[in-house]
Design a protein around this ligand. Structure first.
Ligand code: FO1
Length: 305
């Protein structure tokens, strides 16, 4: 049994490779819900969706979000009606949000709604939201606190990051099976996702970090930082804003209390000894995932741990 902690597109790419090597039934994915946002009354779970869409072969791989070949006619009309349309919700993508919101309004949990979406997309892999409770990542910028998506999409990650807050974190309980799936796994993989707003959110949910420390599973992470920069997304700005250096070593420090093995890119080989001094094993390999072969090769390195 394998459990993976996952953010958005980086995790989704890696998991595509992993699922060429392990059975869907044997994999549980714990997804970040800190990016979840309500738009036009609909509940959107960007990270859960990109993982599900990617594994179902439906994602727009080029953009890294949304559905391949989606259109934006509904959004055009919403704009005409005078609504804010900076968050590009495609027509087919909206169907997912309608479906999810209807289930939530009927009293189902986000776990149950996510399960229904996965089943409908033909996935046998389990995707668990980290929590069913309200949890929102907000970024502190000069103007005040804004939702992560407002910072990232609307304001194009241009603001200086003064801080990050996880609204709801103190009372957010892990969703059913989250802690259990970490405790019962043989291998836990921390995907190459943002250590602060993707993995950091999951780690902040009560009991998750403790489960990672206590599980008998081997806990392996793949560095999302290569040669001092993230592969995608604003991890560098967020890390710098919070006073971290932007390096594989800095990520290793965030995970040091529970990590057994850390996989870093060949380009960061000079950091190996420094990271090992934190008490973990380090493997270097090519971590860039351009082709399916790259993804499978990286997954093999993880499984060899
Ligand atoms: N990312 C963008 O850069 N621009 C968008 O307009 C956008 C719309 C969007 C709609 C639905 C969805 O599920 C995700 C969407 N994303 C968009 C991706 C999202 O902002 C981030 O990539 C993740 O939240 C970070 O993992």
């Amino acid at each position: 049994l394998i459990t993976a902690l996952a953010g958005g597109v980086g995790a989704a790419r890696f998991l595509t490779g992993l699922l060429k090597l392990v059975k869907e039934e044997d994999l549980t994915i714990i997804g970040n819900t800190g990016d979840d946002i309500e738009m036009f009354g609909f509940h959107i779970s960007p990270d859960l969706d990109i993982v599900a869409y990617t594994l179902a072969g439906l994602a727009d791989e080029k953009k890294g979000w949304g559905l391949e070949g989606d259109t934006f006619r509904c959004l055009d009309m919403l704009k005409k009606l005078g609504l804010e349309t900076w968050f590009n919700l495609g027509d087919k993508d909206l169907a997912t949000h309608i479906f999810r919101t209807e289930l939530l309004n009927k009293g189902f949990t986000l776990s149950e709604a996510t399960d229904s979406i996965c089943q409908a997309l033909g996935l046998r892999v389990k995707i668990l939201p980290m929590t069913n409770d309200r949890f929102e990542t907000r970024i502190r910028i000069e103007e005040g606190l804004v939702h992560f998506e407002e910072y990232f999409v609307k304001r194009e990650a241009k603001d200086n990051v003064l801080g990050v807050e996880f609204v709801g974190a103190p009372s957010a309980r892990p969703a059913p099976k989250v802690v259990d799936s970490i405790m019962k796994a043989k291998l836990v993989i921390i995907c190459p996702s943002n250590p602060i707003v993707s993995i950091g959110t999951i780690l902040s949910v009560d009991g998750v970090r403790n489960a990672l420390k206590q599980t008998n599973a081997k806990v392996v992470a793949i560095s999302p930082i290569v040669a001092g920069a993230p592969i995608k997304g604003p991890a560098d700005k967020l890390m710098r804003g919070l006073g971290f250096e932007v390096s594989a070593f800095a990520v290793a420090k965030i995970y040091a209390d529970f990590l057994d093995d850390f996989i870093i890119d060949d380009q960061d080989a000079s950091e190996k000894t420094q990271i090992e001094s934190l008490g973990m094993r380090v493997k270097t390999t090519n971590t860039l995932m351009k082709t399916l072969e790259d993804k499978v090769r990286l997954a093999k390195v993880v499984l060899e741990c």
